[in-house]
Structures are given as structure tokens and as C-alpha cells.
Ligand binder design. Structure first.
Ligand code: GSH
Length: 106
């Protein structure tokens, strides 16, 4: 049996999809306030995004922390690049940068 390559899986996900949010729960049912805030900010920007529910996969939950060397969830990726968690998203939204980056994916 071949061993699972979580880092490769994450790389494939964030490069195959322009906007990816690793979160707890789903966009329609976030399971954490930070994840809920992140979803709301993306919706405010009119983003089309996919979500990965880390609560359904403990390997991904740990793997995503290793991938960007960032200790918490949510984590936003745009065009394969790690953007940040909900605090950084809030800052970027407030200064218009999140909207700009989302618009560039449309
Ligand atoms: N200030 C952080 C808040 C995120 C946070 O603290 N997340 C916690 C609780 S949801 C977390 O991911 N803990 C590790 C874990 O649950 O695996 C942000 O900007 O995103």
C-alpha cells in the first residue's frame, strides 16, 4: 500500500483551484467563528471558492499547518499562494487588497 502524500495533495488542491479556504465545517455551516468570518469576507468579495473541511480529515488538519508553516485554521490560498488566516483576511479586506486579489482570479 502506498503511503499518503498529504503535502502533495494540498499542493494539488491549492494549484488546481484559484481560491481555496481550509476551514472548520463548510461554507454553509462553519464550525468555528474564525472560519465563519473568513467565509463571510470571501462572500463579500463575490469570490468563487472551494472549501476543505479539516475536521473531516486529521491528516489534512495537521498537513495544512505544516504546508504554510502556519499554526491555525482557517487558511486562505489564492492562485496557490498562502494568503493568511482570518485576521490577515480582515486586514486585507479593509484595505481593499483582498477584493483586488479575488478580482484577479475572476
Ligand atoms: N487569529 C487566528 C484565529 C484562528 C485560530 O485561532 N484557529 C484555532 C481555533 S479554530 C485553530 O486553528 N487551532 C488549531 C486546530 O484547531 O487545529 C486567525 O487569524 O485565523
Amino acid at each position: 500500500m502506498s503511503e499518503r502524500n498529504v503535502q502533495q495533495e494540498i499542493h494539488d488542491t491549492v494549484t488546481a483551484n484559484p481560491v481555496v479556504l481550509y476551514m472548520k465545517g463548510s461554507a454553509s455551516f462553519p464550525m468555528c467563528g474564525f472560519s465563519a468570518a473568513a467565509v463571510q469576507l470571501l462572500k463579500n468579495c463575490g469570490a468563487q471558492f472551494v472549501t476543505v473541511n479539516v475536521l473531516e480529515d486529521q491528516d489534512i488538519r495537521q498537513g495544512i499547518k505544516d504546508y504554510a508553516n502556519w499554526p491555525t485554521i482557517p487558511q486562505l490560498y489564492i492562485q496557490g499562494e498562502f494568503i493568511g488566516g482570518s485576521d490577515i483576511m480582515k486586514e486585507l479586506y479593509a484595505n481593499g487588497e483582498l477584493q483586488k486579489q479575488i478580482d484577479a482570479t475572476k
